[in-house]
Design a protein around this ligand. Structure first.
Ligand code: SF4
Length: 367
């Protein structure tokens, strides 16, 4: 494929790493926002190739990981109801709720189906007019446009048996929460390239200025990530707190305007609970009033749920860059991909899963 293999060339990556080494003069803590970037970093061992002054911490940009336990428990309750088909992306089926996961509900007779697009769920609703079809709509700004499109399509088709359990989250409020915390360690950000392909990066300049941190839009291949790190380090060393784009082949300052207009038409900002982190004001998108008929939380009576998180799981601290997976006493012991205690061990973008999969199993004896 053109424009992918070129960004995996070892010689080019090592060239940028050498530039980073020449540039850095003091310790810096950088956070990559996106779980896809985390996986690429750990898979290619980029963090181990960096100068020791650079520490990478892993951000909350994994939608499966940050979907609140309360909403997962609601999805489990709805999926177990008679006459309901719950459609979801595959990753969500293994995410542990308080007591079980969607696989368990399916094994017990619930009709839980894996789809690859929200429009597949709309089609299931068309084909099953006597059943209630609920799509579990999780994700950041990247999945918001197709989910908005599905609601618009359901409305135009007059489908009354389709609804969405919405768990959309937004990156900028999460950056405010991390940078505004008294425990914050992050001094520079690699922003998520695919989110910025939709939303642009015009929102990040004021954040960079407010907290005096450089923010660089970064892609996902090893060369992209090395270039993003180099640019953040150059800005830190020059004491410049600005937002820049190092993913020029996919991102513009303004982003994808038609996609943004579709999001604005269907969703409006709302407060959102992030798993392990807590409520972040204005960090979610909820359905606008004119689309509330499609809100599964209003359609199904599932309000009284009291979620219960595993006491061993420290995913919330990992997602804020305060700890690493091997700081968790359960990592690779009680918690593995086969027996996950938290969402960061389940998701293909979760930091714990990345450390486990790519053999960062150097668990300290004392932990
Ligand atoms: S290793 Fe498991 S229990 Fe520990 S933080 Fe990660 S997901 Fe949670």
């Amino acid at each position: 494929m053109k424009y992918v293999s070129e960004y995996r060339g070892a010689a080019l990556v090592h060239g940028v790493l050498a530039q980073i080494k020449e540039t850095v003069t003091q310790p810096w803590v950088l956070m990559e926002i996106c779980g896809g970037q985390t996986h690429s970093i750990v898979r290619h061992g980029l963090d181990q190739l960096l100068p020791e002054e650079i520490e990478l911490v892993h951000g909350p940009g994994c939608p499966v990981c940050v979907t609140s336990l309360e909403l997962i428990d609601k999805a489990l309750a709805i999926a177990a109801m008679p006459n309901v088909i719950l459609a979801s992306y595959g990753d969500m089926l293994r995410v542990p709720g308080s007591a079980r996961d969607l696989f368990s509900v399916r094994a017990a007779g619930g009709d839980v189906r894996v789809v690859y697009s929200p429009l597949d769920a709309v089609k299931i609703a068309q084909e099953n007019p006597d059943r209630e079809v609920v799509f579990f709509a999780i994700g950041f700004e990247t999945t918001a446009p197709p989910n908005a499109m599905a609601v618009v399509q359901a409305k135009s088709l007059g489908l009354e048996n389709f609804s969405m359990l919405v768990s959309h989250v937004r990156v900028p409020p999460a950056m405010h929460a991390i940078l505004g915390s008294p425990h914050n360690r992050v001094q520079g950000f690699l922003a998520a390239g695919h989110v910025c392909a939709v939303m642009g990066y015009w929102e990040y300049g004021p954040i960079a200025e407010q907290y005096s941190v450089p923010i660089v839009v970064t892609g996902f291949e090893p060369l992209d990530i090395a270039r993003g790190i180099l640019r953040v380090v150059q800005l830190l060393e020059a004491n410049q707190a600005v937002a820049e784009n190092a993913y020029e082949r996919a991102v513009t300052l303004e982003g994808n305007k038609p996609a943004q207009e579709l999001i604005q038409r269907v969703f409006e900002p709302c407060d959102r609970n992030w798993r392990g982190i807590g409520m972040i004001p204005g960090s979610g998108w909820c359905l606008r009033t004119e689309f509330r008929d499609y809100d599964a939380e209003l359609r199904f009576d599932v309000e009284a749920i009291q979620p219960k998180e595993s006491p061993l799981c420290i995913a919330g601290e990992i997602l804020q860059g305060l700890k690493k997976p091997f700081d968790c006493t359960a990592f690779a012991r009680q918690c593995t991909p086969e027996t996950p205690l938290g969402a960061t061990m389940v998701s293909s973008e979760g930091a714990c899963a990345a450390y486990y999969r790519y053999a960062r199993l150097d668990v300290p004896e004392s932990s």
